[in-house]
Design a protein around this ligand. Sequence first.
Ligand code: PNS
Length: 161
Amino acid sequence: MPPKPIFPGSFDPITLGHVATVRLASRVFGGLTIVVAQNLEKNSLFTFEQRMDMTASAVKDIAGVSIDSFSGLLSDYIAQNGVGVVIRGVRNSMDFEYETQMSRLNAGLTGAVTLFFPSDPRYSHISSTMARQVAVLGGDVSGLVPSKIAGKLKMIINEQL
Ligand code: PNS
């Protein structure tokens, strides 16, 4: 049996949009592995450990979902783990352009296919960037991130301030 598809990302933090994609893709494939990027090109608000913790807690009730991580190139993780399918959520045409480029890069390096899942329209305006901004400025993140991690997220941010 081929390995489960992967759903890679920064998850800084995981949002309701990510969770909806995980639910949908894991229903289609009977599970998936979320792979959290350790080193990000952009500065992350949350540490790698915090991103792993929040991601794990947000998806713990979804059957067949496991969590792993990678550092460096995603294509190296794909090759080392025999991954055949990469899942990415797409919210709009800007995402589509970027994701197409990334999928071609990873396909060229590894042969893996990237499948795009259209975002749940209830969440297509949400991004981790927006959730970070709202949280840092003291706003209500309950419509942006899973309720299970909203408290934790605010606590981490309050500790940083
Ligand atoms: O959640 P994000 O930030 O959209 O996830 C992007 C991510 C981490 C999957 C992507 O930037 C990535 O694969 N980074 C690892 C470095 C790499 O492989 N870069 C080449 C493809 S952009």
